[in-house]
Design a protein around this ligand. Structure first.
Ligand code: SF4
Length: 467
């Protein structure tokens, strides 16, 4: 029998197959943060249950934390309660917490891989849908709800129904200044936000194996926006090079065995996939979302679709009304109010390097009200500062912040005012995601940087050629 990568990880963690076709699956790694863990800990207390494997848990603060003036503490009362509750729970249960005073603090999906807590072949869960990010390291990773968080804390297991296998094969090479963010937006534009429903997606092909792990994480991160719970990429030399010397890797004694197992984490040749789609990287141009769903996306040098090209006219009219846009408008003519470079999709060192390359020697347009760069973790921030990237951004007029989710969803003080329009490197452009009545356009870090300089969308390829 030939097996896909997903089949292999599933089989290695299956404890018991139930009669109803679900299976009891062992969970190796559990990441927690302040938003979805309080009720789970309350549930444990009420039922007087203890935690099964504390060593499997990593806790961080990210959603509700301030990204500026941290010395003043958390001023928002709700955020303060969330974070303090996590602190109390971690202290009570002796769980290591990467809190605001720790350089390793950051967005849960940035620090897991960065610290080597995410490892190939692991099953990894977090009470957060963008847990799919960790699949870039050949780990079967998915978001879970609060009651499942409690269940994993107590039992280290979950009852799950197996997905079907979906392979997305991308041939060829991405063009200069076209990134994995553009590629995943392009793919979601093609298969739709329900295209991956019921599947685990494995990405393969030359364009994928060419990507760094940071770029692979961007794609797996947004896999959930294509409707799939998990995205996977095979283990290869790039994965191994990324992992080398990370803090939480297996000890020397166990490393060779671990590596041998990791090297098996690829789909067998001619393994069966229930669905396969093939794309060509050469077709991908810098992308911009124009609506309130990630599938509403188009190349930067194109126009807002006209009614005759859409399938759901009612949704289309509502979307354009919310976004304050007209049919047929050129994407390049859309002016922005705010620029946000950050989030678990695009806040890693490679993202900041990409954006700083654009920003270097330039100034943020006077029409932009605010442009912020929020590194994904304290370690990313320190690395960027060691490379002088902070100075590049600050000199250009960007604000240089402390790590957290920030304007991705506006649970802290960073959010859009009603009707403000933002070029954002995050993953969701739903109504109100970045603030009540806020208008979000999803783009790559380099595209967000250009939009900041120009004050409107502009093709990064042209900008860099002209520079
Ligand atoms: S950055 Fe955004 S998508 Fe990522 S974990 Fe935070 S809130 Fe969720």
């Amino acid at each position: 029998m030939k097996h896909t990568l997903y089949d292999k990880i599933w089989a290695d963690h299956c404890i018991h197959e139930n009669e109803d076709k679900s299976s009891l699956i062992y969970i190796d790694r559990h990441l927690i943060h302040e938003v979805t863990s309080p009720q789970a800990f309350d549930g444990l207390d009420i039922k007087k249950r203890d935690i099964w494997n504390k060593q499997s848990i990593m806790a961080t603060t990210d959603h509700n934390v301030p990204t500026i003036n941290r010395d003043k503490g958390i001023t928002d009362p709700v955020s303060k309660i969330q974070v303090e509750t996590l602190r109390d729970n971690c202290k009570k249960h002796n769980i290591e917490l990467y809190d605001l005073d720790n350089i390793k603090q950051g967005i849960v999906h940035v620090i897991g891989p960065e610290l080597g807590m995410t490892q190939p072949g692991m099953t990894l869960v977090c009470g957060d849908s963008h847990t799919s990010t960790h699949g870039a390291l050949a780990s079967l990773a998915f978001g879970i709800g609060t009651s499942d968080v409690e269940h994993v804390l107590a039992t280290q297991c979950l009852n799950l129904t197996k997905d079907k296998n979906f392979k997305i094969h991308v041939n060829g090479k991405l063009k200069p200044f076209v990134t994995s963010k553009d590629l995943i937006l392009y793919i979601i534009g093609k298969i739709g936000t329900s295209g991956g429903t019921g599947f685990t997606i494995e990405y393969a092909g030359e364009a994928i194996t060419d990507l760094s792990i940071e770029s692979r994480m961007t794609m797996c991160n947004m896999t959930i926006e294509a409707g799939a719970k998990s995205g996977l990429m095979a283990f290869d030399k790039t994965t191994h090079d990324y992992l080398k010397d990370r803090e939480f890797l297996p000890s020397k004694k166990h490393y060779d065995n671990a590596l041998k197992y990791w090297e098996s984490l690829v789909s067998d040749e001619s393994a069966h996939f229930d669905r396969t789609e093939v794309f060509d990287a050469n077709d991908v141009e810098p992308q911009v979302t124009w609506g309130t769903s990630p599938e509403m996306v188009t190349p930067v040098d194109s126009k807002i679709p006209t009614p005759d090209t859409v399938t759901n006219e009612e949704e289309y009219i509502d979307t354009l009304k919310y976004m304050g846009l007209e049919p047929g408008v050129e994407i390049n003519s859309i002016s922005l109010d705010k620029i946000f470079i950050g989030s678990c999709t695009n806040s890693r060192i490679e993202d900041l390097r990409d954006a700083s390359q654009v920003v270097k020697g330039e100034k943020v347009s006077s029409s932009i009200k605010q442009a912020i760069v929020v590194p994904g973790s304290g370690l990313v921030k320190a690395q960027a500062e060691a490379e002088g990237l902070d100075k590049v951004f600050i000199d250009a007029g960007f604000e240089w912040r402390d790590p957290g989710c920030s304007m991705c969803l506006g649970m802290n003080d960073d959010f859009l005012q009603p009707y403000e329009r933002c070029a954002s490197t995050s993953n969701r452009n739903f109504q109100g995601r970045q603030g009540d009545k806020g208008r979000t356009h999803l783009v790559s870090p380099a595209m967000a940087a250009v939009a900041g300089i120009k004050g409107h969308f502009y093709n990064v390829k042209e900008f860099m050629n002209e520079k």
